[in-house]
Design a protein around this ligand. Structure first.
Ligand code: UTP
Length: 471
């Protein structure tokens, strides 16, 4: 589109300020600004601006039904059957791994893609390496190459790919790892005007993890894995090294119910815990954010005194490829069906005098899609309970809750449980936290049962000591 047409179009939407410094720009700056402006879907943005602030319709919420964890999932008949079904699908190459790694990671404040952040207690392996080793472990067990999709952002794409190249693709085959960039959305001020981050650049940010579905379609990544016979993707966040990347139980339950999208849940620790909750809204599965769940429901209890709305979302899903095509596919520029959420944020911007201002308070609205908004569109959705300590310890913050400290502590506790199941007690402090730093490679085992087996087969057991690495 020529500059004149672009400018005219932005003016029609009251967004001509975007070109306010055009006369001062060099040729290459003009080209980059015009390129960014072309990326913005002004109709979509206008629709969102019209909707912002409109109250959402009240709806009846009920707790979503969940498949509860039995006392012993290794022996419960339904769980054993699910696992066998899942293992068959994994052996048949029907499942791909999928990491969303396009976030900005502002809370962690780490200089680099979050997936390159070191998290393990002994070897300091970066998050991507932990996932790569879990994928390699599954490939070994199921005798099949598992494709791995990684969604990056414009900001971290090149650095992410370089990290993999420098690390020899972490022991995986290059052709099994598929990177694709997620989409972006412009940030607007409270009057709905698109902000500039510099005179020649719009303030653009990633369009949320929900953007992954349409980005997967648009980038061609979905088609690539469908061509390989993949029928479902195992979705997880880049910040949670405890995740069971390819979980035969989950796959089995998902397939057994004919679900198009399934999710894992953990029981909320307390009524006010800040996690989204699986609910039924007008009979359809949804995740209601903690801030949208009325206190009367968040604190409601059943006759046994348990929280009624207890199923906390931990952002682990199985999503069928055919469903992704349906919910986010179509012609390349056709809109995905997921709604956008708006959030007030601090966004640096160029003011009327051409100065860059770093606001101390929220000054802008960002728009993001959430992947769990696909849930109400899915046929036969399933919610499966898992143990928090076994599968969820995200690294969100630089310190305090959900930080690398809590994540290392949770990994150590998990390794200690595995050792205990093999008859080895690690020394612990008064809070049950191991006093030694130990680490088990995912290539040795990925859960308690496989640890016990692998440990029992070791001809010589290593001495238990601080810094022990089992591989
Ligand atoms: P978070 O909600 O923790 O956001 O993302 P974040 O951007 O990583 O971190 P903060 O809020 O700035 O501190 C949860 C998961 O979703 C991915 C993240 O990479 C992480 O795996 N994500 C989030 C995306 O891939 N794209 C997005 O636009 C947002």
């Amino acid at each position: 589109m020529s500059y004149e047409r672009l400018k005219q179009r932005f003016a029609q939407f009251g967004q001509e300020q975007v070109f306010g410094y055009w006369e001062e720009l060099t040729e290459s700056e003009r080209a980059s600004l015009a390129g960014q402006a072309t990326e913005v879907d002004l109709d979509e943005l206008q629709r969102l601006l019209d909707e912002t602030g409109r109250p959402t319709a009240e709806a009846d919420l009920e707790p979503a039904p969940c498949v509860a964890l039995p006392g012993d999932r290794y022996h419960d008949r339904t769980w054993v059957e699910a696992r066998e079904r899942g293992e068959e699908l994994l052996r048949d190459g029907k499942v791909a791994a999928f990491t969303v790694a396009g976030g900005q990671g502002t809370r962690l404040g780490f200089d680099g893609p979050k997936g390159t952040f070191p998290v393990t207690p002994v070897r300091n392996k970066p998050l991507f390496q932990v996932f790569a080793e879990k994928i390699r472990a599954a490939s070994n067990v199921y005798g099949v190459a598992v494709p791995w999709l990684i969604m990056t952002s414009h900001a971290n794409h090149d650095e992410t790919v370089k990290f993999f190249e420098d690390a020899g693709f972490l022991g995986l085959s290059r052709e099994d790892v598929h990177f694709f960039r997620q989409g972006r959305m412009p940030a607007v001020d409270f009057d709905g005007k698109i902000l500039l981050e510099s005179k020649s650049r719009l303030a653009m940010s990633p369009d949320g993890h929900g953007g992954s579905l349409r980005a997967m379609v648009r980038s061609g990544a979905l088609e690539k894995i469908r061509d390989r016979g993949v029928e479902m993707i195992s979705y997880f966040q880049v910040d949670n090294p405890l995740v069971r990347v390819l979980d035969p139980w989950f796959v089995g339950f998902h397939a057994g119910q004919g679900s198009e999208m399934s999710s894992k849940m953990v029981r909320k620790a307390h009524a006010g815990e800040k996690v989204g909750v699986f609910c039924l809204r007008n009979g359809r599965h949804v995740v209601v954010e903690y801030s949208d769940l009325p206190d009367s429901l968040a604190g409601a209890r059943d006759d046994r005194g348990n929280l009624r709305f207890a199923a906390g979302s931990i952002a682990i899903h199985l999503i069928n490829t055919a469903f992704i095509e349906r919910v986010a596919g179509g012609a390349v520029h056709e809109k995905g069906k997921l709604p956008f959420h708006s959030a007030k944020k601090k966004v640096p911007y160029v003011d009327g005098s051409g100065e860059v201002v770093s606001p101390s308070e929220a000054n802008a609205i960002k728009f993001e899609m959430f992947v769990f908004d696909a849930l109400p569109e899915a046929r036969h959705p399933l919610v499966l309970e898992t143990q928090r300590e076994a599968e969820f310890s995200p690294v969100k913050n630089a310190s305090g809750p959900d930080s690398v400290e809590t994540c290392i502590r949770d990994q150590l506790k998990q390794f200690a449980r595995w050792f205990r199941s093999a008859g080895v007690e690690l020394p612990v402090d008064g809070n049950g936290i191991p006093l030694y730093r130990v680490e088990v490679s995912p290539l040795f085992s990925t859960d308690r049962e496989s640890f016990r087996d692998a440990w029992s087969r070791l001809p010589e057991k290593p001495a238990i000591r601080d810094g022990l690495y089992v591989e």
